[in-house]
Design a binder for this molecule. Sequence first.
Ligand SMILES: Cc1cc2nc3c(=O)[nH]c(=O)nc-3n(C[C@H](O)[C@H](O)[C@H](O)COP(=O)(O)OP(=O)(O)OC[C@H]3O[C@@H](n4cnc5c(N)ncnc54)[C@H](O)[C@@H]3O)c2cc1C
Length: 289
Amino acid sequence: MSVDVTVARSLREALEALARPGAPTQVLAGGTDLMVELRTGRARPERVVDVWKLGELRGVRAESDGLRIGALATCAELRQDPLVARGAALVAAACAEVGAEQIQARATLGGNLGTASPAADLNPALVALGARVRLVSLAGARELSCDEFLAGYRRTLRRPDELVESVLVPTRPAGERCGLRKVGTRRAQSISKLVVALALSVEGRRITALRAAAGSVGPRTLRLAGLERALVGAALEPQLLRAAALRSAREDIAPIDDVRSSEAYRRQVFARVLATLLGELSGAFACPS
Ligand SMILES: Cc1cc2nc3c(=O)[nH]c(=O)nc-3n(C[C@H](O)[C@H](O)[C@H](O)COP(=O)(O)OP(=O)(O)OC[C@H]3O[C@@H](n4cnc5c(N)ncnc54)[C@H](O)[C@@H]3O)c2cc1C
């Protein structure tokens, strides 16, 4: 089957190509997902719009309310960017966990969001940071929280005529502590068995704010709403943190048995990883006993 490819030279040209009625069209960024999907036949677009050369979707800049990251920012770029290190270090930490260096050189932020894979590593970091995605089309622009945007298993709220243009990571509260843990079969080139991301603030001996998200433990990137409810305002008691992590492993997530892991393993390891991360970030304890 032949595919009609438009190599867009401007954002306008890309949006016009996406707005053309008719045949199913797919956006191509770094291609690390889409080329695999095309080769295996899991994706069968009749038209592809290649956006890789669009300067309008590149770059990182500070705005009044946070850090704006272009959709085409690659994992390699984000790992090295000083603005990201200051304003979205959790995203840089997630980028370090993606594939290996060759993949990181092409894999983009917009592509990670675009796949809406439950195993995507950047998306839990974006949800934990309360990041917002900006979508553009010929009709204008709109913003959604990344949490809303990642609507289901490999399903987003992007309309076919829209592109992911950028992501805004809101300005971080002073003293916030962030952390991410991925569990895979190997250190590199391995898709997550689970990934957990936390953004937490502590005052005195109390947790004052917490956003938490996880991947590979449900049909989509999941916000850990029960954990957040249980711990915001809670005292930094090791027992309490461990109990909240165990409850979250029972109630916040919906893992399955699949080629990478089992439901039972994921629930057990999730609870330990979450408890360890909570303990390390809050300073309540170094490791769970
Ligand atoms: C060997 C290997 C290892 C990998 N390891 C990991 C890993 O450890 N962790 C991980 O998270 N991922 C991993 N991946 C998956 C992949 O690298 C990431 O999902 C990456 O972020 C995809 O970005 P991309 O630019 O290559 O996307 P593409 O492949 O170009 O596109 C992916 C999807 O997003 C859509 N899309 C892309 N950009 C936009 C946009 N601007 N607007 C709207 N839609 C868009 C495309 O239409 C497509 O549906 C791996 C892939 C490979 C091949």
